[in-house]
Design a protein around this ligand. Structure first.
Ligand SMILES: Cc1cc2nc3c(=O)[nH]c(=O)nc-3n(C[C@H](O)[C@H](O)[C@H](O)COP(=O)(O)O)c2cc1C
Length: 237
């Protein structure tokens, strides 16, 4: 990739972590990966079983399952300060280890976590509550339900947003294409983790970035939604 660092010394690169968006914080469950490694299904079983599921079980996903799911997909494992900028390691790969994607779960129905729009803090593994049951949050859920063929409303809708400057500072004109590749990578990671955990996953191609910005209060030109992923408990066969 072309790396000219044209903005070095002129514009400060964004930090790897977006600061917490509220003081109302929920600590998420962290799974014991060492134990899970010894008892889980094989990669081939997971890959072959993966499919989109747009209907959910009667009992909603739990806070423990949501915590485990996000931890396995998107937590920050390490932060590294390089000469030019701060980079990270997460379970999925990212160009330049820059990780511009932010997760905003809209919790509609989850045992142990109240309804609301949250921002995920990937190092602390916490949800920061940023909105209640507002009209715009409801509209995002309704749109997602329509995108999934008007089947069940997602129990959790994970809106994926990008902090554009984080990538554009280094990759300039390649940044947009690169961030869409990252969305695809994160979708597949989410699909595989959800399949392994016997949850119901579905990537969505729609989304409404105007609505998202109104709901989350982000600056449209600095950060907005670039993907949505519906998640819930899996219905019994
Ligand atoms: C980027 C992307 C966007 C998608 N958008 C939608 C969508 O908007 N609505 C939907 O119901 N399914 C959506 N899907 C799921 C696909 O329809 C699904 O992956 C495809 O039909 C293959 O089925 P499978 O996932 O069960 O193997 C999307 C999948 C991807 C990867």
């Amino acid at each position: 990739m072309a790396e000219r660092y044209r903005f070095l010394g002129k514009i400060e690169p964004l930090p790897a972590l977006k600061p917490r968006m509220s003081k109302e914080v929920i600590e998420l469950y962290k799974p014991d990966l060492e134990t899970l490694k010894t008892i889980e299904a094989s990669f081939t079983q997971v890959l072959e079983a993966r499919k989109s599921i747009r209907q959910y079980g009667k009992t909603p996903i739990t806070a423990q399952q949501l915590g485990e799911f996000i931890y396995r997909c998107a937590r920050v494992k390490h932060l590294i300060q390089t000469e030019r900028t701060e980079i990270a390691h997460r379970p999925y790969p990212s160009g330049g280890a820059l990780y511009e994607l932010e997760l905003y779960p809209i919790v509609n129905s989850c045992e142990g976590i109240p309804f609301g729009l949250y921002h995920y803090h990937p190092l602390a593994h916490q949800l920061c509550r940023i909105a209640d049951r507002t009209e715009t949050v409801e509209a995002l859920l309704n749109n997602a339900q329509q995108s999934a063929g008007q089947q069940d409303m997602p129990q959790v809708l994970i809106v994926i947003a990008a902090r554009f400057q984080r990538l554009a500072w280094k990759y300039e004109s390649m940044a947009y294409a690169l961030m869409l590749k990252h969305v695809g990578i994160l979708y597949q990671t989410m699909y595989l983790v959800a399949t392994l955990m016997e949850l119901a996953p579905c990537g969505l191609g729609g989304g409404n970035s105007d609505l998202f910005n109104r709901a989350a209060g982000c600056d449209y030109y600095a950060e907005t939604s670039v993907g949505e992923f519906a998640l819930g408990s899996k219905p019994k066969a």
